[in-house]
Write a protein that binds this ligand. Structure first.
Ligand code: NI
Length: 276
């Protein structure tokens, strides 16, 4: 029995590789999340950078609450089943009139996971519009892994500036337009990209990567994840620990060690500095 999505929504997800919009937070809650992020940024003197943009749910209690949000997990459970790990999370920040963009890619390419049963819940802290660089997706492109090439292009937000090494049928692309507090769900093999932010306000998205517990990391050892629903009888991933309070030193030390291991997987075979 489905908990959050309609049968038509689940069918659309499997057929197209994505589904949106799903209301995850109220507009007020979304504003609260933006304020929490911006309080951290004010204390640190600028937009969130480097490792803290990733797996922030292991150092900030408010992001830990978000990756466990019952509405988000109910929707994810409708696709992945009841035993769910949060493997990662990342902020995708585009400042006003920011040249940052994301090239056409499939998330699965460098993640090293044993099967493509990974759902991304992309939660909009601000509206995501065509003008401010909302994601674009090509329906039905989630059925096979294709070859990518690394570009390490300057304004590309991806770890390697990787892009699909074939012509993408952009005429078929759908703009994933969201209101603040809504989310989209997409498959780990989905072709997606996003253009620069041409608006006068920043665009803030928080992408949460969920796996069913049966998935394994096959590209390296010692990967870890946070159990957010159900039980983990497989124990393929080391169990991560949520933060007791924001930026507590123990949580920061654990986070730094985890990011080091994750960089070994995501940047394998390259010589770039991770999470620049
Ligand atoms: Ni992506």
């Amino acid at each position: 029995m489905l908990k959050r999505l309609s049968p038509a929504a689940v069918e659309a997800y499997h057929g197209d590789g994505f589904y949106f919009p799903v209301r995850a937070l109220s507009a007020d809650e979304a504003r609260g999340y933006r304020r929490s992020l911006e309080a951290v940024e004010a204390a640190q003197g600028g937009p969130l950078r480097g490792e803290l943009r990733h797996k922030g749910h292991l150092v900030f209690t408010w992001l830990d609450a978000l990756v466990r949000h019952p509405v988000i997990l109910d929707a994810v459970e409708d696709i992945l089943g009841p035993n769910i790990l949060c493997w990662s999370s990342s902020f995708f920040l585009k400042e006003a009139r920011d040249p940052a963009y994301v090239s056409w890619h499939q998330d699965a390419t460098y993640w090293g996971l044993s099967e493509p049963d990974v759902v991304t819940a992309w939660v909009a802290f601000t509206d995501a519009t065509v003008e401010n660089g909302a994601m674009r997706m090509v329906p039905g492109t989630h059925r096979e892994q294709v070859v990518h090439r690394d570009t390490f292009a300057t304004h590309n937000l991806l770890t390697r500036g990787q892009e699909v090494a074939k012509v993408v049928d952009e005429a078929r692309a759908v703009d994933i337009v969201l209101m603040a507090g809504e989310m989209s769900l997409h498959h780990v093999l989905m072709f997606h990209s996003s253009p620069p932010n041409r608006s006068h306000d920043r665009r803030i998205g928080f992408a949460i990567r969920y796996l069913p517990t049966r998935v394994r990391q096959v590209a390296g050892s010692g990967d870890s994840a946070l159990l957010v629903r159900g039980i983990d009888t497989y124990r393929h991933f080391e169990a991560e620990v949520p933060p007791a309070r924001d930026l507590e030193p123990e949580a920061l030390a654990r986070h730094a060690a985890i990011m080091k291991r994750q960089a070994e997987v995501l940047y394998r075979g390259t010589s770039v500095e991770p999470f620049r």
